[in-house]
Design a protein around this ligand. Structure first.
Ligand code: 3EB
Length: 339
């Protein structure tokens, strides 16, 4: 099968792109590691490499847009103890789905899911986690330390420490909410450690003070991975937080500007830490918008800041109630390193 995507450079170890090609067609390629749907549930196909993230689209034209992870070599795939996996010799994608019942207690669900996923990647020999995606129900439900997201952070942290992952090994991540049933957590892992990158404008999430919950969130701001061919940069969900404080409450334009400034600073930090010749430019963005009514303003603003970048817009709850927008993304090919 040929995949004629504008951003696809098939000679790389791993390429990520968005496409509205049908799921069945994508999965017919043995090089496809994963196809993640959003928007309208669109396919009944049973394949461990395919799952839905649980979030809705904001633009009708994006209802059928799939996120694809495409390997330069054929992959192996299967399901083991509920973990859906696919891998080639360098990388592994694993996904775990939890039903509505299991997802009710997000501390327990998070702890259980992370224990299973971490044990799985360790057992398979891909213990270095590059990126994790968390899509969970009702993350803003509950008050104070009982809030779903804070409970989830507690369970996730317990699992990381129980499986002996120090905070230096926490991967880039995002955590978003919806009001449907069940949770999905998926990850990309490899055999050697990515370069973890923090944002000079932001407190490291694992050092957030107690006021944000009983356990600080276990993630890095970005992860840079060197594959045998080519390098990629994965940006964590980035929002209007400076230091550890949310900025521009009830001000969408202000939150967007601060989010862009944070992304700029993260990209500049990646350039410096990896000695790149230039700041990387994202190839893909995922923009999470809390209120559907804000979509047009967000899209206009993202398009003018990142012209021509493939962008998927999804409706989602963001982990702090006052945050209206969050953006993550990745770079398929990094600028070369300085001589
Ligand atoms: C923040 O910067 C916003 O809990 O995995 C961003 C990325 C956020 C990842 C996570 C949360 C997570 O704190 C929220």
């Amino acid at each position: 099968m040929s995949l004629c995507e504008p951003n696809l450079r098939p000679y790389e170890s791993l390429t990520c792109f968005y496409t509205s090609q049908p799921v069945e067609q994508l999965l017919s390629s043995t090089n496809v590691l994963a196809v993640i749907s959003s928007g309208e549930p669109n396919s009944q196909v049973q394949d461990p490499r395919h799952f839905h993230c649980g979030l809705g689209a904001l633009d009708r034209a994006q209802e059928q847009l799939q996120e694809v992870f495409y390997s330069d070599v054929p992959v192996a795939t299967g399901i083991e103890h509920g973990v859906r996996w696919s891998r080639n010799k360098d990388m592994l994608i694993a996904a775990l789905w939890m039903d509505a019942c299991d997802s009710r207690d997000l501390r327990q669900a998070g702890r259980d899911a992370y224990q299973r996923l971490l044990r799985f990647v360790i057992a398979e020999g891909y213990p270095q986690i590059i990126r994790m995606w968390n899509y969970l129900p009702d993350i803003n439900r509950g008050e104070g330390d009982d809030e779903g997201y804070r409970q989830f952070c507690q369970g996730r942290q317990e699992a990381f420490y129980e499986t002996r992952y120090p905070r230096e090994a926490f991967p880039a991540a995002c955590a978003l909410g919806h009001h449907g049933d069940g949770s999905v957590i998926y990850l990309l892992a490899g055999k050697s450690a990515p370069l973890h990158i923090e944002n000079p404008r932001q407190e490291s999430a694992y050092n957030y003070p107690r006021q944000y919950g009983p356990a600080s969130p276990s993630f890095a701001r970005a992860g840079l991975v060197h594959w045998p061919v080519g390098s990629q940069l994965y940006l964590s969900g980035t929002a209007s937080i400076v230091g550890h404080q949310s900025r521009h409450i009830n001000n969408l334009a202000g939150q967007l500007q601060t989010t862009f400034d944070n992304i700029d600073s993260l990209l500049a930090q990646a350039k410096q830490q990896a000695s790149l010749a230039a700041s990387p430019v994202p190839d893909l963005l995922k923009v999470y918008v809390r209120h559907a009514a804000d979509y047009q303003q967000v899209a206009d603003s993202v398009n003018s800041r990142f012209p021509g970048v493939s962008t998927l817009y999804l409706q989602a709850d963001i982990c702090r109630r006052e945050l209206l927008v969050e953006i993550d993304g990745m770079c398929n090919q990094l600028p070369r390193t300085r001589a």
